[in-house]
Design a protein around this ligand. Sequence first.
Ligand code: SIN
Length: 331
Amino acid sequence: MTDLSNTPLILLIGMGGTIAGLQVNGDGKGYLAGQVPIETLSGQIKSKLSIKNKQLSNIDSCDMTESLLTQLGQEVVQALHDPHIVGVVVTHGTDTMEETALFLELVCGHLAKTAGKKVVITGAMLPADHPKADGPENLNRAVALVEDQDGPSGIFGLMGGKVFQARSMAKRHTSSLDAFMNSEPVNLDLSSQVSEDLPIPSIDNWPRVEIVTNHIGAKGDQIEVYKKLGVLGIVLAGTGGGTVHQDLALSLEDFMKDGGALVRSSRVGLGVIPGQLANARLDASIGAGDLNPPKARIALQLALFASLHPKAKALSWQDIFARIAILPNFR
Ligand code: SIN
C-alpha cells in the first residue's frame, strides 16, 4: 500500500447518490443510487495529486440523516486543518445536495477560506453504468477546481459543468442534466456575512425542526402533534411571498407563544421572503431571506443549536438565522 502521509492529497468523500448508482435491468429506465464504492469512482479521476478515499455512506440521498451530516462536517473540518490535504471533494446524491452544501458552508465555510482550500460537492443525474453518465465529467471538474490554487477558496457545488456557491444551490429539475438550473453562479459577496463557522451538533443533539406547507385548505391541527413530539422549530413553506392560510396561522401563532421558533419561507422556489407580511399574520416569525424551505430548515437547526452553545456570545437563534439568511436584503 502507498504511504500517503507526507504527500499533498485530495480527500474524496463518498456519500452515495446517482453518481454511485447502477441500472437495475441495464435498460436505462430504473436504477439504484449508492451502489458503486468510492474506490471505483476514484479510479475515474485524472489528477496529478494523490487521492485519499473515504466512504462515509453509500445511500440514496433521500435517506440522508443529521447524524451523517455531523460525521461529514467533522471529517471536512479535520481535512481543512490537515496541512497535507489541499482540498476536499464530496460525492453526494442530488436530491438533498443543497441541504448538505448549505450545512458545509455554515459549519466550515469560514475555515475553508482562511485555510485557502476548496470543498466541492458534486454528483450526477445518470447512474455510473449509463452510456452517457455525467458523473465522471462532474467528478473530474470538481477535482480540477480543488487543484486550482489560484481561484477563490470556500465551499462550492459543481453540477452540469457549472460551479455554484454552496448556499445558492437548489435542485430545480427532476431529470435534466442541468438540474441545478437557476442556482446562482459563484457570487463571493453572498457569503461575506458569515464571518464565523457555526458549531456542528453532535450526532444525537440536533434540534428537531419540521417543514409545514401552506396550500388551499391548509389546517393547523398537526402543529399540536409536533409540539408533543418535541419539535423546537417549524419552517413554513408558505405560498407566494411566504403567506399562510388563516387556520394554519392560528396554530403557528400558538406554537410561537409556547416558545417554538418559526421561519417563513416560500414553496415558490425563487425570490426573497419579506420580513413582514402585509396582512400582519405571524408577525413574530422571521423571514427566510433567499433560503428555500429545506435549506431554511438546516439553517434553523444550526441557529437553534448555536444559540444554546457556550460560545453563542448571547446571540439569539433569530440573530444567528438573520446572519445566515442575509436578512437586510428585504424587498
Ligand atoms: C440521490 O439523491 O441519491 C438520488 C438522485 C441523484 O443523485 O440524482
